[in-house]
Design a protein around this ligand. Structure first.
Ligand SMILES: CC[C@H](C(=O)O)C(=O)SCCNC(=O)CCNC(=O)[C@H](O)C(C)(C)COP(=O)(O)OP(=O)(O)OC[C@H]1O[C@@H](n2cnc3c(N)ncnc32)[C@H](O)[C@@H]1OP(=O)(O)O
Ligand SMILES: [Co+2]
Length: 138
């Protein structure tokens, strides 16, 4: 089940500059910065009630964020939903015709297991599924 818009991912060229901008916009400070080396990204998170803003900067040229910035510039990169059972949702969505970009849940930022759906199968939106990793499953 989809339970929440977990975060909105925003591709940015420079994390420090965008941290300042979003701190001003949201009148709050980021609550964490976390590198996800497997994705070639450095993230910075702001909490906005139940939802988060995830700023994403590339840490290497072959990162999906670097490619995105080259082609489309800064802006909203993806929409992430909290799900209660990521494997069940991946099976359901695959059977429903969505293209999964990873067949097995992978480690994301902020203590999540994640899976991405190809934007071509989701109305042009890059969708990310997120399931919080509970202590007992570590
Ligand atoms: C997991 C850590 C963290 C977290 O929350 O925990 C993150 O969120 S990390 C975020 C970065 N990682 C990813 O985005 C992984 C999934 N992304 C990918 O596999 C690729 O970026 C992919 C397949 C979405 C696009 O790859 P690429 O840009 O090399 O392919 P194309 O340029 O050929 O694009 C194909 C087609 O899709 C359109 N496109 C690309 N990116 C996006 C996007 N973010 N939103 C919407 N549409 C997108 C692109 O324009 C092409 O369409 P076309 O009409 O053919 O031009
Ligand atoms: Co994300």
């Amino acid at each position: 089940m989809f339970t929440n818009v977990e975060h909105i991912g925003i591709a940015v060229r420079d994390l420090a500059t965008s941290n300042d901008l979003f701190s001003l916009l949201l009148n709050s400070q980021p609550y964490k910065a976390e590198e996800v080396a497997s994705e070639g990204v450095m993230t910075s998170f702001f909490q906005v009630n139940q939802t988060k803003i995830e700023l994403l900067a590339a840490t290497r040229p072959d990162s999906p964020i670097a490619t995105y910035l080259e082609k489309r510039g800064e802006g909203i990169h993806h929409l992430a939903f909290e799900v209660d059972d990521i494997r069940a949702e991946m099976e359901r969505l695959k059977a429903a015709g969505f293209t999964l970009l990873n067949d097995v849940p992978k480690r994301g930022a902020d203590n999540k297991l994640v899976c991405f759906l190809h934007p071509k199968t989701a109305n042009g939106v890059l969708v990310e599924l997120c399931q919080t990793i509970k202590q007992e499953t570590l």
